[in-house]
Write a protein that binds this ligand. Structure first.
Ligand code: PLP
Length: 397
């Protein structure tokens, strides 16, 4: 195999995976890795889940594509499931998180336009937020590092400090079409939004006529211990965007819209050739049924609590290396005091057969398949503990 003609826009590790099973990935030499990052918060039910494989195969034999100019069974059924479970009125399907956010940005602006509020175009986002790589979603992303060399980006975006309750009053005005926020920021280093911050955001958006968009691309689909992150944080937005885990690895994104804004996008306003394709939608439907049967939310809350406690102990054992963990459910971050050590631990963990993520420059991200067991959490923690001990830190207590 030769990978040398792939565009080098990722810093790929020198490992080639050929298969997966449960929480493990298997490389070309047959070596097994505990995947504690789940393909970046994607494979909630683990790898090669037989129920997903069967749903995909069955749908592929029946109908792969028919376009969005017609109805087809899986997307309508998936929209019905998601709206019923969320209480939102309508669903739009696309292929990724960035596209779901593009749709939400366009919907917010069009909703204001249809009301005759032509000046209401600003999308307010927050420092540390990450919303994707297409130009619109990138424009909403605060971190300038992602934007270098891609300017000019679309205008009409503004930012306020994340979790700063006092700052949002001045930031939301009659020009604000929408506020977009992650209930738990992922890429910035796993930072949960404060409840008082989200409550105040909700209050001000309602008072001033701006839509509240929750970007649940990373933290949704059960990762916080409820199907939707808005349920976990107890604040209801007007629009929810999702992707990543929705199809358990099949590419599908979604935007769920409250009844008040369901008419904002009319035929011709927005679309996607592949969005909600029968095979991806069938995978998402199977995902919903399997997670129900497993009572995955109860499992995530229990294992998430266990993982958080174990991570807290680990951080206390090596205070010169780690700060206290952050996160909720199974979206957890372990901050490493020195960024270079975080990269070292990431590589050393991979050498020991454990895959982690690295976000926010210095934070180890743990976003495993939601089916992970407490024994697998122990395996992960033991790997980090052994690496830290080997780094010559203060002896583990
Ligand atoms: C919160 C959030 N929004 C949007 C995106 C973009 O999703 P995608 O890579 O599917 O376009 C990501 C990806 O990491 C994300 O974490």
């Amino acid at each position: 195999m030769n990978d040398s003609t792939l565009l080098e826009n990722y810093s790929r590790a020198p490992v080639r995976f050929v298969a997966g099973e449960g929480c493990e990935l298997i490389d070309e030499n047959g070596r097994r890795y505990l995947d504690a990052i789940a393909g970046i918060a994607v494979c909630a039910l683990g790898h090669a889940h037989p129920g997903i494989a069967e749903a995909v195969a069955r749908q592929a034999r029946r109908l792969v594509h028919a376009s969005n100019l017609y109805y087809h069974e899986p997307s309508g059924e998936l929209a019905a499931e998601l709206t019923e479970r969320s209480g939102f009125a309508r669903a739009f399907f696309c292929n990724s998180g960035t596209e779901a956010n593009e749709a939400a940005i366009k919907l917010a602006r069009k909703a204001a336009y249809r009301r005759g509020e032509r000046e209401r175009t600003t999308i307010l986002a927050f420092t540390g937020g990450f919303h994707g790589r297409t130009l619109g979603a990138l424009a909403a992303t605060a971190n300038p590092e992602y934007k270098v060399g891609f300017e000019p980006l679309p205008g009409g975006f503004a930012w306020a400090p994340f979790n700063d309750v006092g700052a949002i009053d001045a930031a939301i005005d009659e020009r604000t079409a929408a506020c977009i926020v992650e209930p738990v920021q992922g890429e910035s280093g796993v930072h949960p939004a404060r409840t008082d911050f989200l409550n105040e955001l909700r209050r001000l958006c309602s008072e001033r006529g701006a839509l509240l968009i929750f970007d649940e691309v990373q933290c949704g689909m059960g990762r916080l211990g409820d199907l939707f992150a808005f349920e976990s944080v107890g604040v209801r937005p007007d629009v929810v965007t999702m992707a990543k885990a929705l199809g358990n690895g099949l590419p599908i994104g979604a935007m769920l819209v409250d009844a008040a804004y369901a008419e904002a996008l009319q035929p011709g306003d927005h679309g996607s050739t592949f969005g909600g394709s029968p095979v991806s939608a069938a995978a998402a439907l199977a995902h919903l049924r399997i997670r129900d049967a497993l009572d995955l939310d109860t499992h995530v809350r229990a294992v998430g609590r266990y993982a958080f406690e174990r991570l807290s102990e680990l951080a206390l054992s090596f205070p010169s290396y780690f700060d206290a963990p952050r996160g909720r459910g199974l979206l957890l971050g372990l901050p490493v005091r020195e960024p270079y050590r975080a990269a070292e631990i990431l590589g050393a963990a991979r050498d020991r057969g454990v895959l982690l993520g690295l976000v926010g420059g210095n934070t180890l991200r743990i976003a495993p398949p939601l089916i992970i067991t407490s024994e697998e959490i122990d395996r992960l923690l033991e790997a980090i503990r052994a690496i830290a001990a080997g780094m010559g830190a203060l002896a583990a207590k």
